[in-house]
Design a protein around this ligand. Structure first.
Ligand code: MEV
Length: 309
């Protein structure tokens, strides 16, 4: 039996903007998806999905995952029938890079079962192929975080060459709170809507992209100098820019307001948006608990994590 795992992720800065070649900053989460692969002597694959989930996520994403798994299997040239078992402690939800974690875990487990000897770069290519299932034209940030882990700055190469991946080190890991809106969104649809908006209203939307391009450089500096107040302010502004490109929703906005009132240094949606997750910067266990409680009281599910581990 082959085994593998992939990290969940949170995007600190730059979802959607990253699709257009602007840099983004993401951190892997400690939570992972695991995959086991066994040859079963049949044709095709059988899937046992034991991952915890946001209610309805697996059903809504069934077709996308079929494409994801098919893409990874084809890319890796697997011809024998396999049984895939997914598990781990990453909750399958929009925003945590659940599909990328699954693609990375599966690629690693296939590599292990068939003794292919692929290195992380090739595993990342397989995971990227998998991501084309749910994303259409993914930037590659989610699978990169899922495979390599850590805190990283990612810049998609819009030509055919490799994207830029820079590992970042911060002084100490920082506590965050993730709040789940309970709504599952389609990355493919939301990314397509942003593209349409950008084409329809360039005068309104291009300045948002220009502002983001400056903001992400300040964010990198603030993270490296461990100026967490500044990181929080920039997250707040990044959320406003995401609102302007219409990828937030009432639940995410409510959580952002709630955590700010509870003392979070900053907050924004993370990932695709229009559902999925909100993330709040909450250095220290005490603040993390306080902020988590504030959104739980509003009826949302909460995950506590650290970035930069
Ligand atoms: C989804 O986690 C991040 C998006 O920017 C899409 C992508 O980068 O492929 C919305």
């Amino acid at each position: 039996m082959g085994e593998g795992k992939g990290f969940g992720k949170t995007i600190l800065f730059g979802e959607h903007f990253v699709v257009y070649g602007l840099p983004a900053i993401a951190s892997a989460l400690g939570n992972t998806t695991t995959a086991k692969v066994e040859r079963n002597g049949k044709e095709g694959y059988e899937l046992v999905d034991d991952r915890p989930e946001t209610p309805g996520y697996k059903e809504k994403k069934k077709g996308e995952y079929e494409k994801l798994i098919g893409n990874v299997i084809n890319f890796m040239g697997v011809e024998e029938g396999i049984r895939i078992t997914l598990g781990g402690n990453l909750v399958a939800a929009s925003g945590v890079g659940a599909s990328a974690a699954c693609a990375a875990a599966l690629a690693r487990a296939i590599n292990d079962e068939f003794q292919m000897g692929w290195d992380d770069e090739k595993i990342n290519k397989a995971a990227y192929e998998g991501e084309k299932g749910p994303h259409g034209t993914p930037s590659g940030i989610d699978n990169t975080a899922a495979v390599f882990g850590g805190l990283l700055r990612f810049k998609k190469n819009l030509e055919s060459g490799p994207s830029t991946i820079e590992k970042m080190k911060i002084k100490e890991p920082v506590e965050i709170v993730l709040g789940d809106s309970g709504k599952t969104s389609s990355t493919k649809e939301v990314v397509a809507d942003v593209r349409a908006l950008k084409e329809e209203k360039p005068d309104e939307i291009n300045p948002v992209f220009e502002e983001y391009a400056k903001l992400v450089e300040e964010a990198k500096e603030a993270l490296l100098t461990y100026d967490l107040e500044k990181v929080g302010q920039l997250m707040n502004r990044n959320h406003e820019l995401l609102q302007k490109i219409t990828v937030s929703c009432p639940e995410l906005d409510e959580m952002v307001e709630t955590v700010r009132e509870a003392g979070a240094l900053g907050a924004k949606l993370t990932g695709t948006g229009r559902g999925g997750l909100m993330q709040a910067l909450t250095p220290g266990r005490e603040l993390q608990e306080k902020v988590a409680k504030a959104i739980e009281e509003k009826g949302y599910t909460v995950f506590k994590a650290k970035i930069g581990v």
